[in-house]
Write a protein that binds this ligand. Structure first.
Ligand SMILES: Nc1ncnc2c1ncn2[C@@H]1O[C@H](COP(=O)(O)OP(=O)(O)OP(=O)(O)O)[C@@H](O)[C@H]1O
Ligand SMILES: [Mg+2]
Length: 458
């Protein structure tokens, strides 16, 4: 369904178009002069504007110009007699989508409208995607109300513009890549590529040619020239993830690159200029790696000029509720079949008690799981993955009175028997079956616990 305006002084044209569009359930406004059209266009939003090129008070081109300026999302289709076909071409040049010639062919009008509607829909989708992309690079997508996270956000803003190397440390799943992306997208490098390389993913021999590239024939198997990651990230940012997994020989080469601002493609004798910013990340304790001799101290100091340490989630539990809500929104919007909109207070408490060895990634996965399997529109502790189960019990246990075990068991057993009997309207055989005991045994117990079955039957 579209909002359409028809501008034509030919009443017959107006009527037939209006009938056609109304039949297809579009909403239609009709005016016969350009000045009336401009007034409506100034106050309303239309998807499609059909305008005659020859109007009593102005040219249809004026309408095209006005609409292009004021209603950039509207599409314009001009209507023209053979005499004004050149003006129609001009209208297209100034941004009209298409033109129709008089006398109008209803079939042609229909096809043109269908095509323009498809274009509008496509533009809309691109807009949504663009907005999503923008959101995904914005701080809006990085959540953290804890002072520790707020400090990190501040650091990101302060260092985004520079060229200095950054070292990001933190346990797995704490958001190191997200921080690296935030630095990139908040800098002037944002329109150039952000390239993330997992150093642990390459064999120790290959990493050098992967990173620096190689020339043809540099070694056996180098059948053609290869662009390295540094070059791919040219003008942008290169994230060297798991930097602690590289060999000390590679570390020496990387240090040299950082110091000289130049690198050598494998097999090349002249250096290439380094144009990307390097961010390194590690979930290993690099100081420990230095003392163990697996990480070079000089590279560490070179990288550590600006360092960001992201604390594990268990050290900033106050971020859990916000993150949980953020992920509910993220995953709920992907499910169309049901609506999960809330989470109980009790569930948040359970989530806050957990230690998250996998940090935010683990919380995110837990919420995705809960949203998928939630029995209702509210997430409860029962919807969380198995790893949270003992915590749910613990938090349920917190409400139990502390009484001798024997008395507690007695109370529980009695309540259970009454529940089974009530459920079966006092029918002892049936209740015994639910409890998986013999009828006689249940009768004994009824006596033992002085349960009034007559009362239950009523
Ligand atoms: N502050 C945050 N707000 C919202 N989402 C976050 C935040 N931190 C991390 N995430 C999400 O958690 C997941 C893990 O983050 P990321 O990949 O950046 O972690 P990492 O530290 O690089 O992990 P690894 O060490 O395993 O590579 C991602 O889906 C990311 O979007
Ligand atoms: Mg990572």
């Amino acid at each position: 369904m579209a909002d359409i305006i028809i501008v034509d002084d030919d009443l017959g044209v107006c009527r037939s178009l209006q009938m056609l569009f109304n039949k297809d359930a579009h909403s239609v406004s009709v005016v016969h002069t350009a000045s009336a059209a401009l007034q409506l266009l100034g106050d309303n939003r239309y998807d499609v504007i059909f305008t005659d090129l020859k109007l009593p008070d102005m040219s249809g081109l004026d309408i095209v110009a006005f609409a292009k300026k004021r209603l950039p999302t509207s599409e314009i289709i001009v209507i023209t007699g053979y005499a004004t076909i050149e003006t129609a071409v001009e209208a297209i040049k100034s941004g009209a989508y298409d033109y129709l010639t008089k006398p109008l062919s209803i079939e042609k009008v229909r096809i043109t409208l269908k095509r323009v509607m498809e274009k509008i829909e496509l533009t809309r989708q691109v807009d949504v995607l663009r907005r999503q992309l923008h959101d995904s690079i914005n701080f809006e997508n990085m959540i953290g109300s804890s002072t520790k996270m707020q400090e990190i956000f501040k650091t990101i803003r302060q260092i985004a513009e520079g060229d200095s190397t950054v070292l990001i440390t933190g346990e797995s799943g704490t958001g190191k890549e997200l921080v690296a992306r935030a630095i990139h997208y908040n800098s002037q490098r944002r329109s150039s590529p952000f390239v993330a390389v997992n150093c642990a993913a390459f064999s120790r021999e290959l990493i050098e040619s992967e990173l620096f590239g190689h020339i043809k024939g540099a070694f056996t198997g180098a059948i053609k020239e290869k662009t390295g990651f540094i070059e791919m990230a040219s003008g942008g940012t290169l994230l060297l993830d798991e930097i602690g997994e590289t060999t000390t020989e590679f570390q020496v080469k990387l240090l040299r690159v950082l110091q000289e601002g130049e690198y050598y493609k494998v097999g090349q004798t002249s250096p290439s200029k380094m144009k990307s910013r390097i961010i390194a990340a590690s979930n290993r304790n690099l100081e420990k790696a230095i003392s163990e001799g697996t990480f070079r101290k000089d590279l560490f100091y070179r990288l550590n000029v600006i360092s960001i340490h992201i604390p594990p989630l268990r050290d900033r539990r106050q971020d859990v509720p916000l993150l949980a809500h953020h992920f509910i929104k993220k995953y709920a919007s992907r499910l169309t079949s049901k609506e999960v909109t809330a989470i109980t207070h009790e569930t948040i408490e359970v989530l806050m008690q957990y230690d998250y060895p996998g940090n935010i990634r683990e919380l995110e996965n837990a919420i995705e799981y809960a949203v998928t399997f939630a029995a209702s529109s509210q997430i409860t502790p029962n919807d969380l993955p198995q790893s949270f189960a003992s915590l749910s019990l613990k938090s349920a246990g917190a409400q139990l009175p502390l009484i001798p075990l024997k008395a507690a068991l007695y109370e529980y057993e009695r309540a259970l028997l009454i529940a089974a009997l009530t459920h079966c309207d006092g029918n002892i055989s049936m209740a015994a079956r639910h409890l998986a005991i013999h009828r006689q045994r249940l009768q004994q117990k009824i006596k033992e616990f002085s349960i009034d079955t007559e009362n239950i039957k009523k």
